[in-house]
Design a protein around this ligand. Structure first.
Ligand SMILES: Nc1ncnc2c1ncn2[C@@H]1O[C@H](COP(=O)(O)OP(=O)(O)OP(=O)(O)O)[C@@H](O)[C@H]1O
Ligand SMILES: [Mg+2]
Length: 386
């Protein structure tokens, strides 16, 4: 289980450590930085598939993703008694992302090239990457330590795995000789299993409204294109009762029909009381289709190490939220779940299923966890110096 996630310098998230329970809700008012935290986690996941640098570039470059406030805001600035002022930077430009789990932890520190080294002065590069045992990266708990282009691993003693790792490449995505460094492969495979669902399309032209090719599909595509195949997979080899219960909970009296046609395509239809024929996905309301997408995502036959849902309640009527909470709770029995939401009904219903609530707040010092900031808070994370 992932115990801690830590983000430093990503948009409004200047410095945040979040302790997780396994089934967690991240909430807070509009604009406090919930989606920023979600995006930071996605970026962290991008380290495992090699997409992190290109994602940063696509999002406008490192400069636009970095915390735009003071490097070390004073108490008066945080309390709103003084205005933020530009000062001479003491530390390097740095975006840091990491997590710790019961098994291994990983962190990455991204920065910009030293002056004069590259024509691409704003092109982000990996400065430090570490894999460690336990809750915090300490010298004694390190297993992999990458500094610039040099990657060292520790078994009996430290040895160098690579002298020439390209600055734009992450150890997780690019390291070779992994049979000699199994912890890199373990972390990479763990992160690659993480799944993120954020506003899957349900508009009239959305892929989820079309029949799809029937292939075994344990994972719902990010755009929902394989909805029929994913539901058929669950009905064939997974939690069939869970699907029926989720549909009945949300739409009493309705049943789902997932059938393949002669051309091998799978059609999803919803039988509803009072209608002479079932309605196809093309005919369903946005909210109904979105709920079915969530059913397919959450009751997956291949549970990931971590599932993160950003505002899953979007376009669902509040009456549906208890059913959605039940569905998410069912998934949380087999996978770690983080739900980012500000819908009070969903939060209450998830909390009734045992989810732990973390309230984010934002002040001129950035996004933080409400109630944190005591002497012991934040003590369970440490960033390495470069
Ligand atoms: N580079 C940056 N530096 C500092 N703050 C930033 C930066 N970029 C965006 N922000 C702040 O982040 C906030 C938006 O955060 P985010 O989108 O995560 O909010 P949210 O909690 O998801 O809100 P909503 O509930 O409306 O979706 C804005 O208040 C904006 O001021
Ligand atoms: Mg948001």
């Amino acid at each position: 289980m992932i115990r801690t996630i830590a983000v430093h310098g990503y948009r409004s998230v200047r410095d945040l450590t979040l302790e997780l329970d396994g089934f967690d809700i991240v909430t807070g008012a509009n604009g406090v930085g919930k989606s920023n935290l979600y995006r930071a986690l996605r970026l962290l996941a991008g380290c495992a598939d090699g997409s992190v640098i290109s994602t940063i570039a696509r999002d406008g470059g490192l400069a636009s993703l970095l915390w735009a406030g003071m490097e070390q805001p004073s108490r008066d600035v945080v309390a709103g008694r003084a205005r933020a002022q530009g000062t001479v930077r003491r530390g390097p430009v740095s975006l840091r992302l990491g997590y710790a789990s019961d098994a291994l932890g990983y962190l990455v520190d991204l920065g910009i090239p030293p002056p004069g080294h590259s024509p691409f002065v704003n092109d982000p590069e990996v400065k430090v990457e570490q894999i460690f045992h336990g809750a915090v990266a300490r010298p004694g708990s390190l297993l992999v330590d990458r500094r610039g282009q040099v990657v060292r691993v520790r078994d009996e003693a430290w040895r160098t795995l690579d002298w020439q790792m390209l600055p734009q490449q992450s150890v997780l995505a690019e390291a070779v000789g992994l049979e000699a460094a199994p912890e890199i492969a373990t972390v990479r495979d763990g992160i690659r299993s993480w799944r993120f669902y954020d506003h899957v399309r349900t508009d009239a032209e959305s892929p989820a409204r079309q029949p799809c090719i029937g292939t075994v599909s344990p994972v719902l595509d990010a755009d929902g294109a394989n909805l029929g195949a994913a539901l058929a997979t669950i009905e064939f080899q997974g939690d069939r009762e869970g699907v029926a219960a989720a549909v009945e909970d949300a739409f009493p009296g309705c049943t789902l029909a997932v059938d393949s046609s002669d051309d091998g395509r799978i059609h999803v239809r919803l039988r509803q009381p009072g209608l002479l024929r079932p309605l196809s996905t093309a005919e369903l309301s946005d909210g109904t289709l979105r709920y079915l997408l969530l059913v397919a995502a959450l009751l997956t036959t291949r549970p990931p190490g971590l599932m993160v849902l950003n505002e899953p309640e979007t376009s669902l009527h509040r009456d549906l939220l208890p059913a959605l909470a039940g569905l998410i709770a069912r998934a949380a029995r087999t996978t770690q779940v983080i739900v980012v939401t500000h819908a009070p009904e969903l939060i209450l219903a998830l909390a009734a299923h045992g989810a732990r609530r973390h309230e984010l707040v934002k002040d001129p010092g950035g996004t933080s966890v409400a109630g944190a900031g005591g002497l012991l808070d934040g003590a369970r994370w440490a960033w390495p110096t470069r």
